[in-house]
Design a protein around this ligand. Sequence first.
Ligand code: ATP
Length: 462
Amino acid sequence: MKKENQNDLMEKIVSLCKRRGFVFQGSEIYGGMAGLYDFGPYGVEFLNNLKNEWWKAHVQFRDDYVGIDSAMFKDPRVWEASGHVGGFSDPLSECRKCNTRIRVDKELKNIGISADEKMPEKQLQELFEKNKQNISCPKCGAHDFSPARSFNLLVKSNLGDFTGEGKNPVYLPGEACQGIYLNFKNVVDSTRMHIPFGIAQIGKAFRNEISPRNFLFRTREMEQADTQYFVRPNENKEEYERVKKNRFDWYVNLGIKAENLRFVQHENLVFYAKDAWDIEYKFATGFDELEGIHDRSDYDLTQHMKFSGTDLQYTDPHTGEKYIPWILETSVGMGRMFLAFLTDSYCEDKIGEDTRVVLKISPKLSPIKVAVFPLLRNKPELVEKARQVYDSLKKEFKCEFDDNGNIGKRYRRQDEIGTPFCIVIDFDTLTDDAVTVRDRDSGEQTRVKVMELQKYIKDKIN
Ligand code: ATP
């Protein structure tokens, strides 16, 4: 029963996203491509608002962080240094009946067996052999799988390869954070940042995911919002706790219900990691990773120092001491974040006999902040006044003008996309220069002078 409801919720979100122009399947008119999505007119506003809030919290409001935006293509040796060319792989198996590929660690987890992709390959293969008769193919239901093998997730390209032979491939970024490591020295040399400090970046990443699934949850092209915080060696513990708390609080402050978030510690740490936790969110499909927070020691800069031959040590400006900083990382996929916020805010309210779908999302994130309606579309004096109000507000907020259909329908349309304020211009407006502002969540209506509208809305949003 519970499962049905959860699937139901996912279906409703996917359908809302398509119907109202939040998210479309990539290359849809050609039949669609797995694991690729396009953000539509409301989706891109929502996504940009998420990015802006993230950026403000990690760059604008912080004196100890700066931002960068690095090129996607990098020297191919970067991906050797990072371990992606050799080891960035997921364990894959193929259904012998219908050739559907499954991700072995995830399927083992689904049947209650502790496994993850970072386990030694041999151990995972053995676990799979022992348990694969209990796993069903998601497509045909058969239990007949090939042995598990590793599948590299990097996406190759041919930038500057004019021979067409593909001898010297470059790679699309498997993770966005490498751009930060590559620019650590540049930032130290060109700014007055001193350790401890952080670098933030939102960048694209590409992974040949074996089984893209659950809408925006697992895609082949994604955007990651990353922070890397550089600390003195061994001075990681306290900062790590602070970074963890910071990220958790960020979600809660933007409206995610705390009971839908939880911390889960990694059981199998890669050899260089000191600690690793995920923030999991209760998606429609159950709790799953939303964001990774990793205590990575000096691994990344040491590797790049080795592979590039460039000295990446930091020199303490007071003592002259030289060292390779340790790194605390946070990394979240923007698509997963988008899906988490949508899931958390999706509501169906009963109003009499009717059900209204409403996204009770923080006004800071809403794609449209204000919708302006003339009470009647066939009264030019109302339409003209409504246009004036709309034109003045749109300089400050993303607004929408709507004179189509009855007011109730116009409210529903805005509720569904999470617009926090609807403004109605009626006959009284023409004499008292005041409008009715209707609040999305409470339905409360307040009369506000046109002169005071901008400030009223700004205060409410903030
Ligand atoms: P998973 O175990 O789910 O594959 P991961 O541990 O490989 O994720 P990281 O490499 O730590 O993920 O990436 C950091 C973040 O990037 C994840 O927490 C997630 O939010 C996001 N992310 C990773 N892979 C994908 C993907 N294929 N689609 C969407 N977001 C992703």
